[in-house]
Design a protein around this ligand. Sequence first.
Ligand SMILES: C[S@@+](CC[C@H](N)C(=O)[O-])C[C@H]1O[C@@H](n2cnc3c(N)ncnc32)[C@H](O)[C@@H]1O
Length: 382
Amino acid sequence: MTLFEALTAARRTIDRLDARLLLQHATGCSHNDLLARPETPVSTTDSQQFMAWVERRASGEPLAYLVGEAQFRGRVFEVSPAVLIPRPETEVLIALALERLLGLAAPRVLDLGTGSGIVAITLALECPAAAVVAVDLAAGAISVACANARRLRAPVDFREGDWFAPVAGEAFDLIVANPPYVAAGDPHLTRDGLPFEPQLALTAGADGLACIRRIVAGASNHLKPGGWLLFEHAHDQGAVSRNLLTATGFQSPATFPDLAGSDRVSLAFFQSGAIMSDVQQRIHSTVTNNPVVLYMKGDARFPQCGFSATSVQILKACGVSDLVTVNVLADEEIRNGIKEYANWPTIPQLYINGEFIGGCDIMKEMYQSGELQQLLETVAQA
Ligand SMILES: C[S@@+](CC[C@H](N)C(=O)[O-])C[C@H]1O[C@@H](n2cnc3c(N)ncnc32)[C@H](O)[C@@H]1O
């Protein structure tokens, strides 16, 4: 079989560009070789590899997983089915982050949900003054990201864990995230190669906002005064993202489009930052030293308001055995301080692994969707 014959055979079932790229990867030949010497014979091993890839590509498997790499902002990143394939729209997030890092002497940057590491590595390489920390819950993703950073010589501190848990007590100048943001039942999940990508990288609860809610809620505890939070989201999540940012005390929220003109990245800054008063430090130490903490009225045995009672019931129904409760009625300072700590006006308040989760209504919604049970399971496993 010649290069020309291989290409012609493949083009019966897959797209022209995909066929060419797979053939180049299988044989090691260049685009020019294909054009200038199409009569070059392909070895049996190479043609078997090529035809196997063509078959897998024809059944929907993404090209990047077949060849094990993808380009992002002009660099080649290793990818595997453990990570999301880099998307060009994530370049908007990079451009906005770099603009905000300009002029900062030695900024600390946190990339949440780093996946293959494209965001953390690109920022570390394009803003060498920055010290970049990157977090992902998936061990498989962390190992791909570490390999990419090593190969591209990017100094990034990768940590495995649940959103802010690996950075407890640390503050950053800029937090950036491309979190999962597809709604669990979205029909797109069955198309365009998405079934091959990790669900953990794609879906975020019934409305697609579960991860964004957690990131917005937790970010203010990890930002220096005036620090920025930037995150990518779906085309129809701009308004709700800005509302969440405003409700959590962020300032000047704004949404930016991708090259196709769809809303893609929202950002805002946090004026007061993570400087803590004594009472806030006490709260911080309680929520970061215990996996599950409920600030409530009364205690678990004798709740003194209906919302606190419901919250305790929900946590019991989830099988939480190491619940720590703090009775805000016993300490006026804590009662006021906790509202400021989370930028949340009501009690009860649930914290998991140091991160503010929400009040009674949010707990109820998360329980009904199964999201709370999943989250508590990761705590139990840790
Ligand atoms: C949409 S992917 C983004 C990957 C990469 N940043 C990019 O832009 O290509 C979201 C990432 O968030 C990670 N993730 C999901 N839930 C997480 C959690 N609770 N804590 C930390 N990372 C999480 C997933 O493993 C996945 O790698």
